[in-house]
Ligand binder design. Structure first.
Ligand code: PFF
Length: 442
């Protein structure tokens, strides 16, 4: 075992980790990406495949990542260097570091939009506008490049200022404050949305799986969404796991994060689907949906400006606790591998992601591609790599031994071995093979 260097850190308690881990997992993925992708890919059918992926694939990968991190106390590259020295596995870690930059770059651009929309809704900029005018506002806002790049920069700076505080004083401290705020705002919004007249149809679309809507494309989207939402496949959970103490129970910590993340994604659907149907809007309008659709709803309900501002504040809060975990991956790599101070590491990780995000702020299509390449395929490939490494290279006996630290009565080693050695890699691999063989289906 390698001991913590002075620039590393530890969570102060199990609760500290759970809130930071859930803070990472709960983000734009839950509130922006989950409901809009569910709308695009078949509603209930998508939700069904999503839940199956979470339970049968992602939980095992989450436990694997946390175990690797805690065992080695290293960033994703350091993990493979320590456990499989001199092999090509370290490139899997490097893919994670690069994916971190890729995701951070476009994530921060969208997070910047939420700040812009927070300001607009709070100041009543949409009041009295027709749906067509609201759509026009989104187009003109996203083509105002000074605003989008500026807000992207502001968001990245906020993220970096939290990361300067380190693991306990920065990440954990802010996650503890912001996660409860997020939950309260979300619950208020759900209560308002499910009582909208005509929202029932939205709930039916969301909850009734219509198997005709299941296609390979929707399975890929649902699986990719599950990895994205749980922050898996690029080493975020390896990095957060590396700050866990040996006393912590890895299985229950992982289960808490998975449960909180899934519940909040489902809740976000309850806030958004009824609103879409109540106002006769199209659930398949894709990523722009919440920026175009929801201001229409806020225009029509009592205290709409307040609910609107609350919603965009919710998005911004969720985004910041996730973006810190994304930027922390390259930062931890610099701290561990290149021996940078935390300050220098955060400047380079955050500054690099800011620069890489400028094209995404300029061109919507580019942002879409980054989202697909890094936010979907890289994470699917990275998760496959983790399952193969833990299941076949490092070995499940080592995982079991690490889990027993903090959970001496662990009984389910065989079940875990089945999922991480067979079920997870075979199903991910099957999906990838189909994607390569039948690109026309997508
Ligand atoms: N899980 C975050 C979300 O749902 O918004 C996004 C994310 C964080 C993806 C960390 C990947 C990651 F490693």
């Amino acid at each position: 075992m390698i001991t913590n260097g002075s620039e590393r850190g530890l969570w102060s308690s199990k609760l500290g980790f759970i809130l930071a881990g859930a803070g990472s997992a709960v983000g734009l993925g839950n509130i922006w990406r989950f409901p809009t992708t569910a709308g695009q890919y078949g509603g209930g059918a998508f939700v069904f495949v999503y839940l199956a992926s979470v339970i049968f694939i992602c939980l095992a990968v989450m436990i694997a990542e946390l175990t690797l991190g805690r065992h080695t106390e290293r960033n994703p590259v350091g993990v493979y260097k320590a456990l499989a020295p001199g092999t090509a596995w370290k490139y899997l870690g490097l893919l994670g570091v690069i994916t971190g930059w890729g995701i951070a770059s476009f994530y921060s651009v969208i997070a910047g939009w939420t700040l812009g929309y927070l300001f607009k809704t709070a100041t009543g900029a949409f009041s009295g506008l027709s749906p067509a005018q609201i759509t026009g506002e989104f187009t003109s806002f996203t083509s105002n490049h000074v605003a989008t790049i500026g807000l992207h920069g502001v968001f990245m700076l906020i993220t970096m200022s939290i990361l300067f505080g380190g693991v306990k004083g920065g990440i954990e401290r802010w996650s503890k404050i912001l996660m409860p705020v997020l939950l309260i705002i979300l619950i208020l919004l759900v209560v308002r949305a499910v009582t909208l007249e005509g929202g029932g149809k939205g709930l039916a679309f969301y909850l009734k799986p219509n198997l005709e809507n299941v296609s390979l494309k929707s399975i890929a989207a649902a699986m990719g969404q599950a990895f994205f939402s749980l922050s898996l496949g690029m080493g975020t959970m390896i990095t957060y796991g590396s700050y866990l103490s040996k006393k912590d129970n890895l299985i229950s910590s992982a289960s808490w994060v998975v449960t909180l993340d899934t519940s909040i994604a489902l809740l976000a659907g309850f806030a958004i689907m009824p609103a879409i149907f109540a106002f006769g809007l199209n659930p398949q309008s894709g990523p722009g949906l919440i920026f175009i659709v929801l201001p229409n709803m806020f225009n029509k309900i009592l205290l709409g400006n307040l609910f609107g501002a609350g919603f965009f504040l919710l998005l911004a809060v969720a985004a910041v606790t996730s973006l810190i975990s994304i930027v922390e991956v390259p930062a931890a790599y610099f701290i561990d591998e290149l021996k940078f101070s935390r300050k220098r590491a955060v400047w380079i990780a955050g500054g690099g992601a800011f620069l890489a995000g400028i094209p995404a702020a300029l061109y919507g299509n580019f942002l879409g591609w980054m989202n697909k390449i890094f936010g979907q395929y890289s994470l699917i490939i990275g998760s496959l790599g983790v399952a193969l490494f833990v299941g076949w290279k490092w070995g499940t006996a080592k995982v079991e031994a690490e889990i027993r630290d903090g959970n001496p009565d662990f009984q389910n080693a065989k079940t875990y071995a089945f999922f991480i050695r067979f079920f997870a890699p075979v199903s991910i691999l099957a999906l990838l093979i189909f994607l390569v063989l039948f690109p026309g289906l997508f």
